[in-house]
Design a protein around this ligand. Structure first.
Ligand SMILES: Nc1ncnc2c1ncn2[C@@H]1O[C@H](COP(=O)(O)OP(=O)(O)OP(=O)(O)O)[C@@H](O)[C@H]1O
Length: 571
C-alpha cells in the first residue's frame, strides 16, 4: 500500500463516492472532478457552515447571478486584459505548462510575477526542457484563463464563464445599496461555480477548471477605520506571515492575536476580522491551528484589482501550504471601473459634518451632442460624477473615462457651477473574502483522516452520513424494525445509511471508513423492549437507549450538547 496520504485519501474518495474524476468512461479530462453521493453531502455541509458564518451571523445578503456573463463585464473589470498566466509548451510532445510554475518546480526559483520575457530568458539560460520528454520548450506567451463563448446564434456577442463570482455583485451595486438601506458597511455574498481554463492542472482536486467559490464583497466607507463587530474575532491567535518575513532569509511566522496584528499596523481591521473568522471556521471543520497560516501576498503576486491581499493557507502532506481562502482589499477598483464603463453612478453617499462649497462641471448638451454623438450621454454622466474643491481644478478642459477609453472634454462642453452641499458621493471600498470550497473540502478530508486506521474522523455535524442503522442479524423482524428506525431518523432530518450486508463488524468498519460518527444497531433486545444500541465511532463504546428517545439523543450528540457517556445505559 502506498504511504502517500493524498493517494490513500483519493483511493477511499473514489471507492466510496466522495470525489472521482469526471468523464472517466471517455478517458477523463484534467481539472474536472465529480462529487459522488458522499462528496456532495460533505460539500453541502461545508457550504452551509460558510452560510452560517456569512449570511446568518454577519447578516450579509446572498444573491445568485448567472455563471455566464456578457463580455462588457470583464472588459470593464480588467479580466480580459489581465487575467492571464504565462504559458509554454513542448515543441516535441506538445504538453503545455505554466511557465512560472515550471521554473519554480524545476529550478527552485521564485518566478511569481515574472514577465514572459523574463521567464523566457530563465528557460534559455538554464536550458530548461520538457519534464515529460526532454523536448525543447517553445516561446513563453500569455494565456487568458477565461472560457469564452458566443451568446445567441448571431456572431458577435462574446460571453465568458465567470472566473470569480464577485463581478455580478459589483454590477448590481445600486440596488444592493438600496436594499441595505443605503448604510455602509454591508456585505453581499454569492456561492457558485467559477471557471478557469488552467493551463496545466496537475494537482488533482486542488487546481480545477470548474470549481465552487463562496465570496463575500464587503462594502465600506474608507474613511471609517473601525470595522463594526471587530471584537468578535479580535482575540483569535493566528500565524501571520507578512511580506517582510517572507523576504528575510530565515523569515518566520509571527504568532499573535488579530488585535495585536491590527495594532502593529500589519493588517487593517476588516482584513484581520475575516482572517480571524476564517481560522475559527476551519477549526470547526477539524483543521487544527498548526496547519493554518495567514500569508500576505507579495506585491508581484497580487491580482490586478488588489492593493493588499492575505491568503489563508492550509498545510497539506503532498502540496505543502495551499491557499484555500484569499482576503483581498479591492479598494474602489471595481465600482469605479464599472461606473466608467457603464455610465451608471455606482457611488454611495455620506453626510458631511458641516456643509461645504463644491464646484462641478454641468454638461452643456448642445456642445457635447454634435461633438461626441452617441457617446455624449455617457460623457455627460461621467462629468456629473466630478466634483472639485476649487473652480481652478475644472478650468481649461477635463479628461473622463468612457468605455475604458480616455476622452478629452473641452471647456465649452460644460459650465462650472458652485454648490453648497451637505453630503458627498464616493466610491465605497471593498474587502473580499473569497473561499475555494473544493480546496477546503480536500483539506477537511486530509485533516480529519486518521492514517493509522485509514478512517475519517469528521466532527459529527460535518460527517456526510450522521447515523448508520443496522439490524444485528438479517432476520426479517430485525430488518423490518431497523428499516423503520432508519426511516424515522431520516424524517427527523438526519443523514442516514441503512446497511444489512455482511457481518456487523464489517458494517461498523465500513461506516468508520467514511466517518459515520454514530451507528445504531437493532438487536434481540430491541424486539423485546424497544431499545437500541448507539456505537461511538472514535471510542467504539456503546450505550443503549429507548427508540422513542433516539432522535433527541442523536441530535444532542451531533450538536455537541450531550456527552456520549451520558447518552444512555452503558453496554
Ligand atoms: N483552479 C482552482 N481550483 C480550485 N480552487 C480554486 C482555483 N483557483 C482558485 N481557487 C479557489 O478560489 C479562491 C479565491 O480565488 P483567487 O483568485 O484568490 O485564487 P488564486 O490566487 O488565483 O489561486 P491560485 O494562486 O492557487 O491560482 C482560492 O483561495 C482557491 O481556494
Amino acid at each position: 500500500m502506498t504511504e502517500d496520504v493524498y493517494e490513500r485519501i483519493m483511493e477511499i474518495a473514489r471507492r466510496r463516492g466522495f470525489i472521482l474524476p469526471a468523464f472517466r468512461i471517455y478517458g477523463g479530462a484534467r481539472g474536472f472532478y465529480d462529487y459522488g453521493p458522499l462528496g456532495a453531502l460533505l460539500k453541502r455541509k461545508i457550504e452551509e457552515k460558510w452560510r452560517e458564518y456569512y449570511v446568518h451571523k454577519e447578516g450579509f445578503m446572498e444573491i445568485e447571478a448567472p455563471n455566464l456573463l456578457i463580455g462588457e463585464v470583464f472588459e470593464a473589470s480588467g479580466h480580459v486584459e489581465h487575467f492571464i498566466d504565462p504559458m509554454t509548451h513542448c515543441s516535441e510532445c506538445g504538453e503545455f505548462f505554466r511557465a512560472d510554475h515550471l521554473a519554480e518546480e524545476e529550478l527552485g526559483v521564485d518566478a511569481e510575477g515574472m514577465s514572459p520575457e523574463e521567464l523566457e530568458d530563465l528557460i534559455r539560460e538554464h536550458d530548461l526542457r520538457c519534464p515529460e520528454c526532454g523536448g525543447e520548450l517553445a516561446e513563453v506567451t500569455e494565456f487568458n484563463l477565461m472560457f469564452d463563448t458566443n451568446i445567441g446564434p448571431k456572431e458577435g456577442r462574446t460571453g465568458y464563464l465567470r472566473p470569480e463570482t464577485a463581478q455580478a455583485i459589483f454590477i448590481q451595486f445600486k440596488d444592493l445599496y438600496r436594499w441595505a438601506r443605503q448604510k455602509l458597511p454591508f456585505g453581499v455574498v454569492q456561492i457558485g461555480r467559477a471557471y478557469r481554463n488552467e493551463i496545466s492542472p496537475r494537482q488533482g482536486v486542488i487546481r480545477l477548471r470548474e470549481f465552487t467559490q463562496a465570496e463575500a464583497e464587503v462594502f465600506f466607507d474608507p474613511e471609517e477605520k473601525e470595522y463594526p463587530g471587530f471584537e468578535r474575532y479580535a482575540d483569535e491567535v493566528l500565524k501571520f506571515y507578512p511580506i517582510e518575513e517572507q523576504r528575510k532569509e530565515n523569515g518566520e511566522m509571527l504568532e499573535m492575536s488579530v488585535r495585536e496584528a491590527v495594532e502593529e499596523g500589519m493588517v487593517s481591521q476588516p482584513i484581520g476580522y475575516f482572517l480571524g473568522l476564517t481560522k475559527r471556521m476551519l477549526n470547526e471543520m477539524g483543521v487544527p491551528n498548526e496547519a493554518i497560516r495567514s500569508r500576505q501576498h507579495l506585491p508581484e503576486e497580487r491580482a490586478h484589482y488588489a492593493s493588499d491581499c492575505w491568503d489563508v493557507e492550509v498545510k497539506l502532506e503532498r502540496f505543502g501550504w495551499v491557499e484555500v481562502v484569499g482576503i483581498a482589499d479591492r479598494t474602489d477598483y471595481d465600482l469605479k471601473k464599472h461606473s466608467e464603463h457603464s455610465g451608471e453612478d455606482l457611488r454611495a453617499f455620506r453626510e458631511l459634518e458641516e456643509p461645504k462649497i463644491v464646484y462641478r462641471p454641468e454638461p452643456v448638451m448642445k456642445e457635447l451632442g454634435p461633438r461626441f454623438k452617441s457617446d455624449a450621454p455617457k460623457i455627460a454622466e461621467a462629468l456629473r460624477r466630478i466634483t472639485a474643491e476649487s473652480e481652478d481644478e475644472l478650468k481649461g478642459g477635463l479628461t473622463v473615462e468612457v468605455d475604458g477609453k480616455e476622452v478629452e472634454v473641452p471647456p465649452e462642453c460644460y459650465e462650472i457651477v458652485k454648490e453648497k452641499v451637505t453630503g458627498e458621493r464616493f466610491y465605497p471600498h471593498v474587502i473580499e473574502p473569497s473561499y475555494g470550497i473544493d480546496r477546503i473540502l480536500y483539506c477537511v478530508l486530509e485533516h480529519n483522516f486518521d492514517p493509522e486506521e485509514g478512517v475519517f474522523r469528521f466532527p459529527a455535524w460535518l460527517a456526510p452520513i450522521e447515523v448508520g442503522v443496522f439490524p444485528l442479524l438479517k432476520r426479517s423482524d430485525m430488518v423490518e424494525y431497523a428499516r423503520r428506525v432508519a426511516r424515522m431518523l431520516r424524517e427527523e432530518g438526519f443523514t442516514v445509511e441503512y446497511d444489512d450486508s455482511g457481518s456487523i463488524g464489517r458494517r461498523y468498519a465500513r461506516a468508520d471508513e467514511i466517518g459515520v460518527p454514530y451507528c445504531v444497531t437493532v438487536d434481540h433486545e430491541t424486539l423485546e423492549d424497544d431499545t437500541v444500541t448507539i456505537r461511538d465511532r472514535d471510542t467504539t463504546e456503546q450505550v443503549r437507549v429507548e427508540v422513542d428517545e433516539l432522535a433527541d439523543v442523536l441530535r444532542g450528540l451531533i450538536d455537541g450538547d450531550l456527552e456520549f457517556e451520558e447518552a444512555g445505559d452503558p453496554v
